[in-house]
Write a protein that binds this ligand. Sequence first.
Ligand SMILES: [Mg+2]
Length: 260
Amino acid sequence: VGASALADALVALVAPFVAAPARAALMFDLDGTLAPIVDDPAAARPIPDALPILERLAERYHTVAVVSGRPVAFLAEVLPASIVLSGLYGLEGRVGGRFTHHRDAARWRPVVTEAVQRAERGAPDGSLVEPKGLSLTMHYRGRPDLADAVNDFAARLGAELGLAVHAAKMSVELHPPIAVDKGTAVRSLAEGADAALYVGDDRGDLPAFAALGELAGKGTSVARVAIGGPEVPGELAAAADLVLAQQSDVTALLAALVPS
Ligand SMILES: [Mg+2]
């Protein structure tokens, strides 16, 4: 869509939110949504324009949250203190400056540590192992030819250690087999809100969209926004109320959400 069509679509989308921000929850994925995808995952940062707007939104809205597969320790380094954080798909959190853990997560920490050690020793040469505390991501963005080898390695490791394995963009993740995903995180963050918005770019965001679909069935105003582009999964775009053409358009969405 062109600039003016985007502006019109945004005005319609945000109307229930700007009308009653104190009753609304705004939730965002980080990588590929608030932050451009970069080759080195440790170098990912939210687009600088977004940060002051997020802080303004956090002053006015009931909840402004980032829901990510990243550990909360990383999210806390790159996002303002006023933003609620849900990390590792809800295994970790930060609300009002307090750090929290899912009650079943702690006993899996040594298992994940062993998975990291085995991956660092045995993962296909050229892939990148990223330990995340309670989870582990194996990347092949720099070597797309290794996709099958890395996925096979992760599947074997997950089966041996009892960890759950999830495919993501140019990567595969191993998690404790605890039933959390972005859907459980969004259900908890949006509890009691009259309006709930979620923005994401990847397969892991589908459960968040599904959770909003359930809330819509109970009368909540919802907005599901997908970041478009060549890598967006077709199911996510199909389930979205609005597809932004590119990641940088998220700034226009954030600006539109600022109540007048
Ligand atoms: Mg993402």
